[in-house]
Design a protein around this ligand. Structure first.
Ligand code: SAM
Length: 340
């Protein structure tokens, strides 16, 4: 791999993310029947995260969930099945939550990519859990390859890659080349959603841009009207005083955030998509999502779950995280927009 030492610290962030989700579930911010099978048993005895972290996890999760269900609605209008590619998926449980829910049947492919160390661990967790395996298909349809670093099933695919490598090699080999049945894992002609949750900050802006552009080019060859959507969740604005404190905390753990550098304010975040010709790109901070996108009843419910001591700090933290989403329609008609 390219940066051996920092990589261990980057991979460690997956356990943090999974434990944060597990903690928010324990404290009843939301339900997730699958996360417990993806967090190592030993780690489950750790004390729950502080209320501030649980609230952040809740708001982020609600925001991304909402965008994902809207993407399903958009593709339903086109009467099409759709695909999701989760980049830097880590121990995320989203596939299982979708597969067990009303949109499960609409998924043509769900592809997760992460470092081989992470995909190996996840493949083992899947094999060990009857609950996780059952939603993948019949046991004979679930196979491992590449020395246990990849797992395949009819819809769900777990694939190893270092996404900083040139996507013309890494992504081509994984997603675009014809597989055993003669078709690539990723169809260029179905509506597709790219998820980048807390991952682009760990990559240089150049590497992220190359990755995003690879997908844009892959779908450009697609049928008229094909839709590519993207959701990015990340830290930003780290050069103000509070941002610097957050940055230093991470540096102390040897985690570098090259991907956060150019994103100094909320307006700059849309560039993640606009620089690749997306027709729609919007960004909201977690602070705004909490304030404007979550119902008063829900806010009331979660305010009763735990005592929050750091009330002033909450907004400061939440305004350094944002969800950015964009969509691109491949069309011969100029200025085709999608209402998302
Ligand atoms: N997306 C998951 C979530 O939101 O719960 C996991 C987020 S975790 C903070 C970041 C993940 O990105 C880790 O699993 C890490 O291994 C992965 N990652 C970071 N850089 C990567 C790279 N260059 N190639 C592949 N995976 C990477």
């Amino acid at each position: 791999s390219v940066y051996p030492d920092g990589d261990a610290a980057i991979r460690q962030t997956d356990s943090d993310a999974a434990l944060a989700r597990y903690s928010a579930v324990q404290k009843r911010y939301f339900t997730d029947p699958f996360i417990k099978y993806l967090v190592p048993r030993g780690a489950q005895y750790q004390p729950p995260r502080p209320p501030l972290i649980n609230i952040g996890t809740y708001v982020r999760s609600e925001g991304v969930d909402k965008l994902v269900s809207e993407f399903f609605e958009l593709s339903k209008q086109d009467q099409k099945q759709c695909q999701i590619v989760n980049l830097g998926a880590g121990s995320d449980s989203r596939f299982w939550r979708i597969a067990a829910g009303p949109n499960g049947g609409q998924l043509a492919a769900y592809i997760e990519i992460d470092f081989p160390e992470i995909t190996t661990k996840k493949a083992m967790a899947i094999r060990k859990s009857r609950e996780l395996s059952a939603l993948l298909g019949k046991p004979e349809d679930i196979t491992l390859s590449n020395g246990g670093t990849a797992l395949h099933s009819p819809v769900y695919q777990l694939l190893p890659a270092d996404m900083r490598l040139p996507p013309s090699e890494a992504m081509n080999a994984l997603l675009a080349l014809p597989g055993v049945d003669g078709r690539p894992l990723l169809s260029p002609s179905l509506p597709t959603l790219l998820l980048f949750e807390c991952v682009l900050v760990y990559m240089s802006p150049e590497a992220s841009a190359a990755l995003m552009q690879w997908f844009v080019d892959y779908f450009a060859a697609a049928e008229e009207g094909s839709v590519l959507g993207g959701v990015v969740y990340e830290m930003f604005g780290l050069n103000d005083p509070f941002g610097k404190v957050m940055l230093n905390n991470l540096k102390a753990r040897n985690v570098a955030l090259p991907g956060a550098e150019p994103y100094v304010d909320i307006k700059s975040l849309a560039q993640r998509f606009l620089q690749h010709g997306f027709s729609t790109a919007r960004a909201l901070t977690l602070r705004d999502i909490r304030q404007f996108c979550i119902s008063p009843e829900e806010l009331d419910r979660i305010s009763q779950l735990e005592m929050l001591d750091e009330v002033e700090e909450l907004d400061l933290v939440l305004e350094h995280y944002a969800i950015t989403w964009g969509a691109k329609i491949f069309s011969n008609v100029e200025e085709t927009r999608v209402d998302w």
